[in-house]
Write a protein that binds this ligand. Structure first.
Ligand code: RAT
Ligand code: ZN
Length: 414
């Protein structure tokens, strides 16, 4: 059916965006095989590190006291500080309220104990079904770290799999902390040394290959500092070029670079203590041009990098830009970035990933982002209609499917 005016457009767009089946390309969630590694429920939601950072701006206690408290005590403090003594404006606070609302809980009551009761009666398998249904997420990609002992044990001993939860091999320690990680590789039976000799590089490739196979991973990923540079004379750069590039080429999977994290700027805040810095687009361009048969997914943390990243993607079809990451996952920036990307790249990008650390967050992260993406798309389609161009409903459906999933799968299969 042809869409000729803005009223029709609004209806059609809303119906497709509401019902689109989402592929969430980057989360920190786990299938139920992984037991306690999958976080869910109100106390986990309230102690999300985004909220911990906000809480610590108001309270007088030292961080060390906060970390000594039980999870429930921490959650109580966050609730009291950010929701009762202050108004929950921030995106992460609002997220908690959206979740409560969508679960049908009484938001007006502000009754934390009742919220706790709701979750205490829940079975995790049922709750996974419910959350994925509420958020329309069909497939999500986990972040899978073979250097994490608890997770590693599951992969080696008891992993069964759930088709909704796909794996991504996360290799931060290899790239950011080679001095310690080679010792682990050695303990695990790889014939490596601290020197990056030919044999060590070969064995490191074998390590990557083994884990990609074991996890049936869709891509390899790392979060990287603003100073991330290839080429340079460093173990990181050498491992990228001599191990990651050949292995991802051989397996035909992308290397996802998440660039711009300044780790532990405030170490007392632990997971909440990381910050942001501007990354170097030259490295992205260098890799894309030097390795045209390799695929790169890139997200950058600094707002200042977003324009040049879009421009880089115009030059290289082996570069897929994804998501509004972490400190960019706020309405003001999601809107700006989505507009910019549509204007520079058409629909050839992945507008968002959730980065959920707590299962329930799936409900708000997609709800909030979809509303913004819908608003931006409405503007863009309206601009097109103004010229006299007529859009078919099937074209809107096609575009939405690409943005919320197909672009990713197509890139993987390319
Ligand atoms: O967004 C976050 O929760 C961060 O702590 C990081 O996990 C980041 O998303 C990452 O994947 O490194
Ligand atoms: Zn993440």
């Amino acid at each position: 059916m042809a869409v000729r005016n803005v009223d029709e457009l609004k209806k059609v767009l809303n119906s497709y965006i509401s019902s689109v089946e989402i592929t969430d390309v980057h989360t920190h969630l786990f299938s139920s095989d992984f037991g306690n590694l999958l976080l869910w429920g109100i106390d986990e939601l309230l102690t999300y590190h985004y909220l911990v950072a906000e809480t610590m701006r108001w309270v007088d206690i030292p961080c060390s006291t906060f970390w000594k408290m039980s999870k429930k005590e921490q959650a109580d403090l966050v609730w009291d500080t950010l929701f009762i003594k202050n108004t929950p404006y921030s995106e992460s606070c609002r997220g908690v309220l959206t979740i409560l609302k969508k679960l049908g809980l009484d938001v007006e009551s502000r009754n934390l104990e009742n919220y706790r009761k709701y979750f205490s009666n829940m079975k995790v398998e049922d709750y996974i079904d419910k959350v994925l249904e509420l958020s329309n997420v069909k497939t999500l990609v986990m972040t899978n770290d073979p250097f994490d002992d608890e997770e590693r044990k599951v992969w080696l001993e008891s992993y069964k799999g759930d088709p909704r939860f796909r794996a991504a091999l996360r290799i931060d320690p290899l790239l950011n902390n080679w001095d310690n990680s080679w010792i682990k590789l050695k303990q695990w039976g790889y014939d490596v040394s601290g020197e990056l000799t030919e044999n060590t590089l070969k064995e490191t490739r074998r390590f990557l290959s083994d884990w990609l196979d074991r996890m049936d991973a869709l891509y390899m990923a790392a979060s990287l500092p603003p100073s991330f540079k290839v080429p340079e004379d460093s173990p990181r750069s050498k491992i990228v070029e001599e191990c990651i590039i050949p292995v991802s080429r051989e397996k035909n999977i992308p290397f996802a670079m998440m660039i711009g994290v300044k780790k532990l700027v405030n170490p007392d805040l632990r997971l909440a203590g990381d910050s942001v810095g501007k990354g170097d687009i030259n490295t992205v361009e260098y890799l894309c041009v030097k390795y045209p048969c390799n695929k790169f997914m890139v997200t950058m943390l600094s707002r200042e990098n977003q324009h040049e990243l879009c421009v880089a993607a115009r030059k290289f079809r082996n570069l897929l830009v994804f998501g509004c990451w972490w400190f960019l996952n706020n309405p003001v920036l999601i809107e700006e970035m989505t507009r910019m990307r549509l204007e520079l790249l058409g629909s050839s990008f992945i507008p968002q990933h959730s980065d959920c650390r707590v299962l329930d967050q799936m409900i708000y992260k997609w709800d909030h982002s979809k509303k913004i993406i819908e608003k931006v798309l409405l503007d863009k389609y309206s601009n097109i209609l103004e010229t006299g161009w007529v859009i078919d409903e099937s074209e809107i459906s096609r575009d939405i499917n690409k943005l919320f999933g197909e672009n990713f799968w197509r890139f993987l299969n390319a």
